[in-house]
Design a protein around this ligand. Structure first.
Ligand code: SRM
Ligand code: SF4
Length: 566
C-alpha cells in the first residue's frame, strides 16, 4: 500500500513517538482549553476525547469566545467489575474533576464528562491510585473487554471475568507514554509494541464474552464475540464469532452494521492466542486508507470469511474446532434480587440510560455512594448501562434494601417493563457526532409509549427499545426490537423487528420522522400485538408474523423502506 494513500490518522500515529505526540505541551498551554488537533487523535488511546459543550456553542460564538472545550474520559474496566473502595474514588473524582455525574456505558464501564484540561491529570491519577486505568479505552486498539454479568452462575462468571481481564491485558498497548504523561513516571525500558507495531490498528476493535442463556453483552456486535460453552458445570471453552459492528453512515451503502459470523470453538487455554492472532490479521489486512472502511467487518467481507478462517488456522498452526451448541434467551438484564450458585445474592438496579447523578427527588449518586460505603462484595456494570450489587451475604440484604429504598434507587411507579428494557446513547450536549437528542429525550418518549402499552394491556412487556443520536450505533440500536436513530434535531429513523436475544438485526421502517409520527406508527402496532400475540411471543417475532417486516437472516440491515402491507 503506497504511503501517500494512508489516512491522516495513520501519519499522526507513525509520527507520535508511541502515542506521546505533543500531549504534554498541550496540557501545559494555558492559553486555550483545547489541545492540538493531532493530539486529539492520540489522547483517545489514553482514554480522553476532546469535546465542547454543544449547548453553549452559539452563545460562545456570539461572545467571540473559543468553544467550551472539555474532555470525556472513559475508563478501562474489563468485565465491568469494581469494589466499593474504587467506587468511592470514582464518585469523589466526578465531583472534583468532572461535571459531578458518572456515566455508565454500553460497554460496561464509566465515563466522565466535562473534564477541563487542567483536571485531566489529577483525574487519571486518582483512578489509577485504585488500580483503574484508561489505557486503550478509546483509540485504534482493542477497547474494554465486556463479559456477561450473569449473577446466577457465580463460579462460571468468576472464571469468565478472569478471562476478560487476561484478554484485555493481552490486547492492550504497551508504550510507557501512558505512565510518563499521566502518572509522571520515568520510562524504565525502551518502548515497543509487540502486538500492534507503531501504527496500532486501522480502527477500533472490540471483544465481548457472553455466557448463555444471557446475551446481555450483545456478543454479535463485536469484532470478536466469544460465547462461553459450559458443559457439566465446567467452562469447556468458547465459540468464536468474528466481524460484528454497528456503525454506518446515512446514504453510504458501503457502510453497514453487521453481526459477527460464528467460525468455531477453542478451549480456554487457546483463547488468548486466538484473539491475538485475529487482531494481527486485522492489523495486517485492515484498510488504512479509508477510516469508514477500516473496521474488521469490512476486511472480512472484502477478503471473504473462508480466507480469514484459513489465514487464522494457518497462523495458529491448528484449526478451530466445530462451534458447540448453545442457546440465548435474551439480551436484557434481570432486575431485582437473584441468588447465585454460591449462596450469595445479587441485586440488579436500573440506571436510566446509564447516567448516575443527584437530581431533585432522586439522589442516585448519593445512594450509590452509600451502597459503596456499606457493601462488602463488588459492583458489576452491565452492557445495558445498569449496576449489579453483587455477592451480598443473605444477612446483609436488608441493609442494602434500606439504602436502595431511602435513595429511591428503585422506583416501581416509574420503572415500567418498557423503560427497564430501554437504552440510549449519550448524544447532546457532549457528543460531537450527535444529530438528535438521545439520553435526554428517550425518557420522555418512553413515558408516552408507556401510556400506549398500558392502554393495550401490555404494561409488563419488556420490548427492547434503543435510541441513538446518530447512525453510529453506540446503543446498539440495530439490535433493538424498536429503535430510533437521530437524523436531525427532533427527527429519527425508525427500525423494527430485531430478535429478543441479539441474534437478528432490525430493518429500517420509516425515515426522518418526529415524535407525533413515531407514536402514530407504533400505537396501532402495539395494539395489534396485544390482540394477536400468543403467550410467550415477543414483539420482534410479532412484527414478522404480522407481515410488517420480512425477516433478515443475512445479518445485513435492509436500507429500503418496507411496505407495511407486504
Ligand atoms: Fe460509540 C463514537 C459514545 C459504545 C460505535 N461513541 C463515539 C463517541 C466517542 C463520539 C466521537 O467519536 O466523537 C461518543 C462519545 C459520546 C459522549 O459524549 O460520551 C461515543 N459509544 C459511546 C458510549 C458512551 C455510548 C453510551 O451511551 O454508553 C459507549 C461507550 C462504550 C465503551 O465504554 O467503550 C459507546 N459505540 C459504542 C458501541 C456499542 C458497543 O461497542 O457495544 C458502538 C457499536 C459497536 C461498534 O463499534 O461497531 C459504537 N461510537 C461508535 C462509532 C461507529 C464506529 C464504526 O465502526 O463506524 C463511533 C464513531 C467513530 O468511531 O467514528 C462512535
Ligand atoms: Fe454520539 Fe452517535 Fe454514539 Fe450517540 S450513537 S453517542 S450520537 S456517536
Amino acid at each position: 500500500m503506497a504511503e501517500e494513500k494512508l489516512s491522516d490518522v495513520e501519519h499522526i500515529k507513525i509520527d507520535s513517538n508511541y502515542l506521546r505526540g505533543t500531549i504534554q505541551q498541550g496540557l501545559d498551554d494555558d492559553a486555550t482549553g483545547a489541545i492540538s488537533e493531532d493530539d486529539t487523535q492520540l489522547t483517545k488511546f489514553h482514554g480522553f476525547y476532546q469535546q465542547d459543550d454543544r449547548d453553549l456553542r452559539d452563545e460562545r460564538r456570539h461572545q467571540k469566545l473559543e468553544q467550551h472545550y472539555q474532555f470525556m474520559l472513559r475508563l478501562r474496566l474489563p468485565g465491568g467489575v469494581l469494589d466499593g473502595k474504587q467506587w468511592l474514588v470514582l464518585d469523589d473524582a466526578a465531583h472534583k474533576y468532572a461535571n459531578g455525574t458518572l456515566r455508565l456505558t454500553t460497554r460496561q464501564t464509566f465515563q466522565y464528562h466535562g473534564v477541563l484540561k487542567e483536571n485531566m491529570k489529577p483525574l487519571l491519577q486518582a483512578t489509577n491510585e485504585v488500580g483503574i486505568d484508561s489505557r486503550g479505552a478509546c483509540g485504534d486498539v482493542n477497547r474494554n473487554v465486556t463479559a456477561n454479568t450473569n449473577p446466577g452462575l457465580s463460579a462460571i462468571h468468576a472464571e469468565v471475568f478472569d478471562w476478560s481481564n487476561k484478554i484485555s491485558d493481552a490486547l492492550n498497548w504497551k508504550s510507557s507514554a501512558y505512565e510518563e504523561i499521566w502518572l509522571e513516571k520515568k520510562p524504565e525500558k525502551e518502548d515497543e509494541e509487540p502486538l500492534y507495531g507503531k501504527t496500532y490498528l486501522p480502527r477500533k476493535f472490540k471483544v465481548a464474552i457472553a455466557i448463555p442463556p444471557l446475551n446481555d453483552v450483545d456478543v454479535y456486535a463485536n469484532d470478536i464475540g466469544l460465547t462461553a460453552i459450559v458443559e457439566d458445570g465446567q467452562l469447556a471453552g468458547f465459540n468464536v464469532a468474528i466481524g460484528g459492528g454497528m456503525g454506518t453512515t446515512y446514504g453510504e451503502p458501503a457502510t453497514y452494521p453487521r453481526l459477527a459470523s460464528l467460525i468455531g470453538f477453542c478451549t480456554p487455554d487457546k483463547v488468548i492466542a486466538v484473539c491475538q492472532t485475529i487482531v494481527k490479521i486485522q492489523r495486517d489486512y485492515g484498510d488504512r486508507t479509508n477510516r469508514k472502511h477500516a473496521r474488521f467487518k469490512y476486511t472480512i467481507d472484502d477478503k471473504g470469511l473462508d480466507w480469514i478462517q484459513s489465514e487464522l488456522n494457518e497462523r495458529l498452526g491448528w484449526n478451530l474446532g466445530e462451534a458447540r451448541e448453545f442457546h440465548f434467551d435474551h439480551n436484557g438484564d434481570r432486575y431485582g434480587w437473584v441468588e447465585g450458585d454460591n449462596g450469595q445474592w445479587n441485586l440488579t438496579l436500573f440506571v436510566e440510560n446509564g447516567r448516575i447523578a443527584d437530581r431533585d427527588n432522586a439522589p442516585m449518586m448519593s445512594g450509590f455512594r452509600e451502597l459503596a460505603k456499606t457493601h462488602k462484595g463488588e459492583f458489576r456494570v452491565t452492557c445495558n448501562q445498569n449496576v449489579i450489587v453483587a455477592n451480598v451475604a443473605p444477612e446483609d440484604k436488608d441493609t442494602i434494601d434500606e439504602i436502595v429504598q431511602k435513595h429511591g434507587l428503585k422506583d416501581d411507579s416509574k420503572d415500567s417493563a418498557l423503560r427497564l428494557a430501554s437504552m440510549a446513547c449519550v448524544a447532546f450536549p457532549t457528543c460531537g457526532l450527535a444529530m438528535a437528542e438521545s439520553e435526554r429525550y428517550l425518557p420522555q418518549l418512553i413515558t408516552k409509549l408507556d401510556n400506549v402499552m398500558r392502554d393495550a394491556g401490555l404494561k409488563d412487556d419488556a420490548i427492547v427499545v434503543r435510541m441513538a443520536g446518530c447512525p453510529n450505533g453506540c446503543s446498539r440500536p440495530y439490535l433493538g426490537e424498536i429503535a430510533l436513530t437521530g437524523k436531525s434535531l427532533g427527527k429519527y429513523n425508525l427500525y423494527l423487528g430485531a430478535s429478543f436475544n441479539g441474534d437478528r438485526m432490525n430493518k429500517l421502517y420509516r425515515e426522518n420522522i418526529g415524535e407525533e409520527e413515531i407514536l402514530d406508527e407504533l400505537t396501532p402496532m402495539i395494539q395489534r400485538y396485544a390482540e394477536e400475540r400468543e403467550d410467550g411471543e415477543h414483539f420482534g417475532d410479532f412484527v414478522i408474523h404480522a407481515g410488517i417486516i420480512k425477516p433478515t437472516l443475512e445479518g445485513r440491515l435492509f436500507h429500503e423502506d418496507v411496505d407495511p402491507g407486504a
